[in-house]
Structure formats: structure tokens, C-alpha cells
Design a protein around this ligand. Structure first.
Ligand code: ADP
Ligand code: MG
Length: 192
């Protein structure tokens, strides 16, 4: 599902990723550990081409690129395979919870609004926040925001979800609700 071969990333003279090799099967869950500044985010951002690696080959599902030359088309194809959940949620503050989830489905994936809303409702049920469909992000707790961000990522039906420290901005008592949602998702996805 994900294959990384000889991945390198330098920022100027700062060699952040050195010859990374990875082989991850469908249904597998991988955790990357390391101190702050060790390159965890950079690795994830190279996988979906938010950063262009200096060198190396990455395959996700049936899309392959070899850095540093990557076409726009390949970039788009690869982005469609992945969704990312950030430490800082990155919800659209001026949109309701429902709008946050359906936005990309309608504008990028060209789904009908009706279909997108149905997908959103199913996912809001899954993350236990169906009653928040009309709320704005500022009125939600950090844990609720992150559960919405996860629902939004799942709505894209990606092959891969990249979680970048999804609980590190949360108060300790809110960490479990987010981890439990992730665990449920992982269980359901890997049973497919
Ligand atoms: N856009 C960037 N420009 C220059 N240096 C960067 C950039 N992004 C990350 N870095 C550097 O790359 C290293 C790894 O950062 P990062 O991947 O964010 O680490 P982590 O996520 O493990 O904390 C750090 O030294 C950081 O300063
Ligand atoms: Mg990071």
C-alpha cells in the first residue's frame, strides 16, 4: 500500500530524512516515534507531497513518484489517495461542522450535496457528534474539533490517513475520546 525507497529530504544543509525505507501493507497501522525536530512531520509531508523530497521513490496504492521531479498530475493523484489530520485541527472556522465535512466532497469530488450530506451524517454518527452538525468550530472542545477533523478526513475515503500528532494539543482528559475514535476507525478499515 505504501512503499518508500531511499527517501531523503534536506532543508538547505539540514539533512532531515536520510535514506528512509518503509513498506506498509493495507490495513496496517504504523506509528512513527521520535523527539521534536527529528523529522516525523517532514516524513508525512513527503508522503503526500506537501514537501518535495530531495531524493527517493514513494508509492501509495497505484501511484508512484520519484523525487525531486514530480508532475502536477501525479501530485494530484497522490493527494487523492491520502488525507491528513493535524495537531492544530485546521478546520474552516467560518463554516459549520457539516459544511467542513462536505466542502471537499462537493467542490473537489463533485458529489451531489445530498450524497455528501448523507456521508457526513454517517461519519458524524461514527465520531459521536451528530448533534453538532450546525455548530461552528469555535464552540467545540479540542477533542470534538479533532473528531470532526477525523470525520472530514474519512469522508474523502482515502487509502491512507496521515495523523500528525493528533492529540498533542489536547488537554489530557480529552486525549482518550480522540484515540478511541481512531482505534474504532482502524478496526473497521482493517476488516475490509
Ligand atoms: N519548511 C521547512 N523549512 C526549513 N526547515 C524545516 C522545514 N520544515 C521542517 N524543517 C526542519 O526539519 C527538521 C524536522 O522537522 P519536523 O519534521 O517538523 O520534526 P518533528 O515533526 O519530528 O518535530 C527540523 O530541524 C525543522 O526545523
Ligand atoms: Mg511534527
Amino acid at each position: 500500500m505504501i512503499k518508500v525507497e531511499g527517501l531523503n529530504k534536506k532543508f538547505g544543509s539540514n539533512e532531515v530524512l536520510k535514506q528512509i525505507d518503509l513498506d506498509i501493507e493495507q490495513g496496517e497501522t504504523i506509528t512513527i516515534l521520535g523527539p521534536s525536530g527529528s523529522g516525523k512531520s517532514t516524513l508525512l509531508r513527503c508522503l503526500n507531497l506537501l514537501e518535495t523530497p530531495t531524493k527517493g521513490t514513494v508509492t501509495i496504492d497505484d501511484v508512484t513518484y520519484t523525487a525531486p521531479k514530480v508532475s502536477k498530475k501525479t501530485t494530484l493523484q497522490l493527494r487523492r489517495k491520502t488525507a491528513m489530520v493535524f495537531q492544530s485541527y485546521n478546520l474552516f472556522e467560518n463554516m459549520t461542522v457539516l459544511q467542513n465535512i462536505i466542502e471537499a466532497l462537493v467542490t473537489v469530488q463533485k458529489q451531489s450535496k445530498k450524497e455528501a450530506v448523507q456521508t457526513a451524517y454517517d461519519l458524524l454518527d461514527k465520531v459521536g457528534l451528530r448533534d453538532k452538525e450546525n455548530a461552528y468550530p469555535h464552540s467545540l472542545s479540542g477533542g470534538q474539533k479533532q473528531r470532526i477533523a477525523i470525520a472530514r478526513a474519512l469522508a474523502l475515503n482515502p487509502k491512507v490517513i496521515l495523523f500528525d500528532e493528533p492529540t498533542s494539543a489536547l488537554d489530557p482528559e480529552l486525549v482518550d475520546e480522540v484515540l478511541n475514535v481512531i482505534k474504532t476507525v482502524v478496526k473497521q478499515k482493517s476488516q475490509r
